[in-house]
Design a protein around this ligand. Sequence first.
Ligand code: ADP
Ligand code: MG
Length: 454
Amino acid sequence: MKLDVNALRYLTTDDFRVLTAVEMGMRNHQIVPVVLIERIAKLKHGGTYKVLRNLLKHKLVHHDSSKYDGFRLTYLGYDFLAIKTLVNRGVFVSVGRQIGVGKESDIFEVATEDGTIMAMKLHRLGRVSFRAVKNKRDYLRHRSNYNWLYLSRLAALKEYAFMKALGEHGFPVPNAIECNRHCIIMSLIQGYPLVQVRQLENPDVVFDTIIGLVVQLAEHGLIHCDFNEFNIMVDDDEKVTMIDFPQMVSISHRNAQMYFDRDVECVYKYFGKRLNLSFNEEEKDCDGHDSDNERSNRPSFSSITKSEGLLDKELAASGFSHKEQDVIDEFMEENTEEINVDDEDGKDTTISTDLDSLLLEDLNDAGGSITYEEVENDRIVKKDADGTQLSSEVEESNSDSDDPILTKRLNKQRQKAIAVAQKGHRSSSSRNSYKDKGRKSSNNSKIQKQSLNW
Ligand code: ADP
Ligand code: MG
């Protein structure tokens, strides 16, 4: 998915007016008839079709004349609408490189006027599992207002609400800054997804923290439901941050116990297999009681004291209607279930193949359109999105991120991650290994100033 923000600068007010008209038409049309677009856009001198042709050229809309002459938004078109709104609100001024590719999202760096770098998550529900979407036709037929726009917007809204609430209750999550359409702006986490961490200095401490989070979440009435090595970030001080919340459910969900156990199992499995942590789960002390050792007492759903407030109720009462909550939960649930079935069969599914090729597309497409600067051994190195050096200049060291050893380590990790991603490598130890292939967030990168003024 190309996110060439340069094109944004060449789009006129009329272009955005027509693009917005297509978006509005999509509330009740999968393909919006040209006449309707014209009627909504109400361009002073007509010429809607000419504008649509320009939007088509930039791949912001898709043309479909199979039933009637009409258009629909593409993800890129939707991205542009969200980015324009957020830039107009002054949330950020430039878009930088892509730092993560999830199963159903793309993550980019964005920068404010004063150079603060944040993360922008663009939700893309239904992108990977086209088959899953197809299988859901029955379910979707009952929901006249379904489309990927709607689902992606709901996912973003839900994730934003959860991130904000969790942050306010002291959970280690990114700071939720702003949300528009399918896009969330949050603080950038200085760390790596756990899946990229080969060794931890204190694996037992990190393990206890992570398992502790599953328990604390349940005590607050919530289950993450995708609590795995891709959605747990660890920084150089082994501080843990959890991410990715659109699939979270309440502990009163009918499958709550299963989701809880699955999150716990995921953590045990990963630390056991990949980080070689040993668990004496059968261990008893001399009186025959279970040992006090946290790792020998696997948390059980039934023993959780739900006394820490009712975050699930609080959230259900805010952001969403029950209907919206049901739509997103059902979609997430069906998606997850399908993924699990495939994985249990041990088959290399079309889902993973799709993702690998999409990932490559993402990486290749990003090249040329997005450039960024990185500090390497006290030099600013200008690179394109796949890391090819474009130029370099000397810079004074003025921050701790200019530490050459740290920089070298980070770059090495990053290159490794990109190489793994480009090979379409799939880790065999994780049931969710195809779910996201996040790349680490470089804590020493600077986005090339690419102001987006409209
Ligand atoms: P998905 O829902 O598609 O799985 P995630 O929220 O898990 O998306 O993000 C995918 C990847 O993007 C993560 O594995 C991580 O590498 C990166 N990422 C996501 N959010 C942030 C953030 N706030 N800061 C830094 N990196 C992030
Ligand atoms: Mg994820």
